[in-house]
Design a protein around this ligand. Structure first.
Ligand code: ZN
Length: 463
């Protein structure tokens, strides 16, 4: 789809080099920046945003169907609930989904993300087959439902079909609840070949997600990554790693090494990789993993919701580590809240304030946003790394007269958006690849998508 070349003038914009005043942006028919002029004068006829203009935030980790399940597991079901008891309930929900349910849930989710400041998503997609575990007539049925949801809402997408083969370390047999996820390595490579042209046609990136070291044995892991990189040498690879202590203990019992340690010892991890969670690492693992330039995929609200543990952000950043944020289980869908939760976990752990700040960016929200946009963009494998030439015009304009922002200097406005907007949203407009998809806080499909989402969820929980 071609867009008309457009331009936008912002009184204040957050560029990769920091805050700039009077910024004139222009982009081409593909939605890529062709001109970024600071201290410009406002030309007549060009739309003008007076509230802060931010780069769109990439959401680097999503399991779309789990949005339909958010809020359904916040009750005590046994004397001690854990990630693993949550997973049993989530599998029960996943077992019932149809392609229509998935498309309705994902369409609403991507719309919610756009309204909440996310302009691209990495979809870690592991639900492949029909309810009885047999492949659909079109093996890509559920992948295509996700791509359609992204296209309908205007969301940028990196599709990461998930390789899932075993129920635990050492090739343990999968459980009944995992039958919709399972694929041979060859079947995965055929799926990738089928999806490659479809993704290219809608400016989507195709990558691969070996689910975890629990779910994929070493040889399959190597073969699948080799197959992916034969298709596209720059394609991203995402993997869940070291989210839970039970996973670390299982990995130690199987291999004598911790998950991140094992991964770094056996695979050529580099900038194409995203290590999702990477919560439980030793200082040595922090240092080694950071040095690979792989992205740490942090999902602070989900990690808090599931009781995973706390990522050591200062240690990671000291080692030059790159990171971004994801909404994972979608217990929260809000880029600002995700950044707030990340900073608060660090404050609680260290008993300090303003932890995620730097000499370049003493304002916490500015520091968090700069890092999360760059790291998130790297994880998508797409040109969405902020307001810079050659990148895609993915933009979020805040409302200048929102009660939390009005009358404040610009860096404080972003701090207020992240920390002090009291669960209201200050987001006014959102553009993806130069196309406006949200105006006055609303996406055009808001009402119809909401209705379809609520009916899909109602049908699923009443079954
Ligand atoms: Zn996940």
């Amino acid at each position: 789809m071609k867009t008309t070349p457009q331009s936008l003038f912002a009184s204040h914009a957050l560029l990769p080099t920091g805050w700039a005043r009077d910024v004139l942006l222009q982009w081409d028919a593909q939605g890529r920046y062709t001109q970024i002029q600071v201290n410009a004068s406002a030309p007549a006829g060009v739309p003008h945003t007076s509230g802060p203009l931010l780069p769109g935030m990439p959401n680097l980790h999503s399991h779309a169907f789990q949005r339909g399940f958010a809020g359904l597991s916040e009750f005590r079901a046994q004397s001690q609930d854990s990630f693993w008891s949550w997973r049993t309930l989530m599998y029960r929900f996943a077992a019932k989904l149809s392609p229509q349910h998935l498309e309705a849930i994902a369409t609403w989710l991507y719309l919610e993300m756009l309204e909440a400041g996310y302009t691209s998503v990495c979809e870690f997609h592991y639900l492949h087959h029909d309810r009885d575990g047999t492949p659909y007539a079109n093996d890509a049925e559920l992948s295509l439902a996700l791509l359609r949801a992204a296209q309908a809402t205007g969301m940028g997408i990196t599709l990461l079909p998930v390789l899932y083969q075993s129920g635990g370390f050492g090739g343990k047999a999968p459980t009944e609840g995992q039958k919709r996820f399972l694929r041979s390595t060859n079947s995965m490579l055929r799926l990738l070949e089928q999806l490659q042209p479809v993704c290219a046609a809608q400016n989507a990136m195709l990558g691969l997600a070996p689910h975890s070291l629990r779910a994929v044995a070493p040889q399959a892991l190597q073969d699948a990554i080799q197959g992916l990189h034969a298709l596209n040498a720059q394609a991203p690879v995402h993997i869940h790693i070291a989210e839970q202590m039970a996973e670390v203990e299982g990995c130690l019992a199987w291999s004598g090494q911790r998950p991140v340690e094992w991964l770094l010892n056996h695979l050529p991890v580099d900038h194409r990789w995203c290590l999702v969670h990477a919560t439980h690492m030793t200082p040595d693992e922090y240092q080694r993993a950071a040095a690979t330039q792989a992205v740490a995929g942090l999902c602070p609200l989900t990690e808090a919701n599931l009781g995973d543990g706390i990522f050591d952000l200062p240690l990671w950043e000291q080692g030059g580590g790159i990171w971004g944020i994801g909404s994972d289980s979608h217990i929260g869908v809000n880029a600002a809240e995700e950044l707030m939760a990340l900073e608060y976990s660090q404050r609680l752990q260290l008993q300090q304030r303003n932890v995620a700040a730097s000499a370049a960016y003493p304002h916490v929200a500015t520091h968090l946003m700069q890092r999360a946009v760059q790291g998130g963009a790297q994880a998508t494998g797409r040109a969405v790394a902020g307001i810079a030439l050659g990148q895609q015009a993915d933009l979020v304009a805040l409302q200048e007269d929102h009660f939390a922002l009005e009358g404040l200097p610009v860096a404080e406005q972003l701090d207020a958006h992240v920390f002090a907007s009291s669960r209201t949203s200050a987001i006014d407009s959102v553009w993806v690849a130069g196309q406006q998809v949200v105006a006055q806080g609303r996406h055009a499909l808001h009402l119809s998508a909401r209705q379809a989402f609520v009916s899909a969820r109602r049908a699923l929980i009443s079954e």
